[in-house]
Design a protein around this ligand. Sequence first.
Ligand SMILES: [Cu+2]
Length: 387
Amino acid sequence: MKFWSTATASFIGLAISSQAFAAVLPRCPAPAPAEVVTAPALEDTAGALKPSGVSPLLPWPTPSKAYCSARCRPVVRKSWRKLSTSEKSKYIAAVQCLTKKKSVSGIPGAKNIFDDFQGTHSEQTPTIHWVGHFVLWHRYFIATYEHYLRNLCGYTGAQPYWDWEYDNASGLDMAQWPIFNPTTGFGGNGPYKNGDNPFGIPDRTGGGCVPDGPFAYPKFTVNMGPGESTGYNPHCLTRDFSRPLMKWGNQSNINWVWDTPDYGHFTRRLENVPDFTIPNIHGSGHFGVGGALGTIGDAYNSPGDPLFYLHHANLDRVFWQWQWQKKNLPRSLTEVSGPIVAFDYNNLSGGNVTASFQINIGKLAPNAPLSALLNTQGFLCYTYEKP
Ligand SMILES: [Cu+2]
């Protein structure tokens, strides 16, 4: 199996025999190499990608068996709000379990596997955002996290997602949303704290330590950051709610992202531009919750907030739903484009990603080409429940 070389067989830090190795890998074999389709560089600027009106909601797709590995029995990802209380507590217990498993990444400040994920993201932050592989790097990262929850921590469910578009439409203030529940969720906002706000995050309301829930200090510590240092620096998880930015995560902005003809335009709209006056759904969870001082708003260390994985699972679901629209198949399962170098949308310095471009998530999993990550029911093996 080419994508999982034996050189990485120690990736969960165990002395892994070949059988044990098979047991911790995704259940599905690597697919035949996907057709390589290289799209041209995007020529329009983000400014030219203005909302063209709200497109209708896409119908819920059923992944075609023709494109799925026969051996894949996908786990089905569900919305957090639809999990039972017992399912919620099992998920949280599995995350807490990751924080008790010894680090394998070799990243200086990482003490446990949860930290390994945060540190791996931190190390690669400059090369995995505003690039053609953004959405597939994060897809592989989340799927690997799900894989560790299941195979290292005995979790039997799938990675849940946080459908903020539903919460935003509910009319409830975000402090009341189920995801922030101190008993059955991830705890709430930090108390207000004065602090730097160099990018002018509007209406920031917190910034202090998350005071309640399963990830309050000192039960849970964020062990690296803030910023780009990966040295050991244990501190509390912080949140800094910004209600105007959280509202970016709404159905009409999802529709705008969906209203795109190809991978390159889709992924570019998903990230949009780093400007707090222009909406983007990726920014909603990061800055609506993280504001200026919250962990999930720290570009390097955002995976230090366990909510990161539910936020990115929802972005992945938006991508998955767009991909499986019949009109886009098989193109949406084979085509990639976009810059290798951040913001290099005119390909002046680094060229375009192609299907053979390798995603590296450090020691957490072997490298995988983009071609293996486009379909969630081949090399990866999961799907999404109809909301
Ligand atoms: Cu990221």
